[in-house]
Every structure is written in C-alpha cells, then in structure tokens.
Design a protein around this ligand. Structure first.
Ligand SMILES: N[C@@H](CCC(=O)N[C@@H](CS)C(=O)NCC(=O)O)C(=O)O
Length: 211
C-alpha cells in the first residue's frame, strides 16, 4: 500500500480512493494488503472529493477502487475482488457454509448494527434517550459476535477471515464511543478479539498515515 498525492500516475496500478478513518475504507485497505496486492491509495477529503473520483463513482462514497477496466465502489465488493485476485486465497476457499455465515453477519453489521451504532455515536442528537440506552441498543449484535467467539478464536474459525476484517472496524468505533462502557461489558471474548485485531500487523499497516 502506497499513498499517492496525484491521480494520473501509474494508471496500471490499482488505485484506492480512501479515507483513513472510514471503517468501510479500513476493511477495503486491509483486504487489499492481506491479499498481497500492490496498490496506490489516495486520501480523499470528504468535504472536497476529487472530481476524478466522482466522475467514476457519482454516489460519492469511499472506498472506490479504480482498476484498468473496472470501477468497484462498495467496500465488500472491493474485499471480494481483493480476495479473488490476490495471492492469499484462503479466505474464499473455506466452505460455502462459512462464507454464507460470514456474509450474513456482514449484512447484519452493515444494515442493522450500523444504524444503532450511528445513534450511539451521535447520542447528543437523540435527547430523548440516554447515551447508555443507545449503547445498550447496540448490544444485540455484540452478543451475536460474543456467542460466535465462544466457539472459535475468530468469527468463523480459528483464523482471521473476511468477516472479522469487515466487521471489526465497526466494533472498534463502538468501543471508542466510550471505552469505559465497552470494557465494563460482560463480553470478554469480543474485548479480546478487538484488542487482538487492533494490535495486528495488518491493521497497523492499513492505518499508516498519508504523507
Ligand atoms: N456502502 C458503502 C458505504 C461507504 C460509506 O458510507 N463511506 C462513507 C465514509 S465512512 C462516505 O464516503 N460517506 C460520504 C460522505 O461522507 O460524504 C461501502 O460499503 O463502501
């Protein structure tokens, strides 16, 4: 992963329009690194998105992956592209049941948990509820993950999978809203899982700051 400041160089190298702190972009960067793909990254200002990105993906969200003859502008699709094209295919070689389970979890993360997470993150916008109530409303998903982590060290097996990578940036956000609230939960497995993944070389490399 190599940060670039210009957009027209190295047309042959995959270019990821990214925003360092965006959880969707984090999972895309992690999957690309994990797959051993050589790629450039352009750090986007969300307040001033480059027209080169809007021209190929008018919906204006990051991450966007620009390839020679293809544009991929959903983070899960970028992950799937990375794991199907890189040299580390083990994630998508697991059995179909595990892939289905992983995809279902990601679906619930992106379409259910995220809605509650956003309310908790922006709790001041919801004066009728307390911050703790909004935090507690997120726990249905934390509990699902905790139960899965009681079976294996990671969500699908004893190895980090695409599901761990796709979901953990959102759990990190959840924990960061109020570290005390998170560490006082009686969910020790997810606490250890988060610590493990945030300390991993893969995550540290994906979080390198743009120059
Ligand atoms: N479904 C998209 C969601 C991406 C997304 O919402 N990214 C946020 C940043 S975290 C974004 O670009 N928002 C547009 C904006 O803030 O202008 C994906 O998975 O790639």
């Amino acid at each position: 992963m190599n940060y670039v400041n210009t957009l027209n160089k190295d047309i042959g190298t995959p270019l990821l329009f990214s925003y360092r702190r965006c959880p969707y972009a984090m999972r895309a960067r992690m999957a690309m690194i994990d797959s051993g793909i050589d790629f450039n990254v352009y750090e986007v200002s969300l307040k001033n998105k480059p027209h080169e990105m809007i021209a190929i993906s008018p919906k204006g969200t990051v991450p966007v992956l620009r390839l020679d003859n293809q544009v991929i502008d959903e983070s899960i699709d970028i992950m799937m592209w990375a794991y199907s094209n890189g040299d580390s295919l083990q994630h998508l070689n697991s059995n179909k049941y595990l892939i289905r389970t992983g995809m279902d979890l990601i679906y619930r993360n992106d379409n259910e948990f995220k809605l509650y997470l956003d309310q908790y993150k922006y709790f001041t916008n919801y004066p009728l509820k307390t911050k703790n109530e909004l935090g507690n409303a997120c726990l249905f998903f934390i509990k699902i993950l905790e139960d899965m982590l009681s079976l294996n060290q990671y969500l699908l097996s004893g190895r980090v999978s695409f599901a761990d990578i796709a979901i953990f940036p959102f759990i990190r956000q959840f924990a960061n809203v109020d570290m005390n609230f998170f560490s006082n939960l009686k969910f020790s497995r997810i606490q250890e899982w988060l610590l493990d993944l945030t300390g991993s070389e893969l995550f540290i490399n994906a979080m390198i700051k743009p120059r």
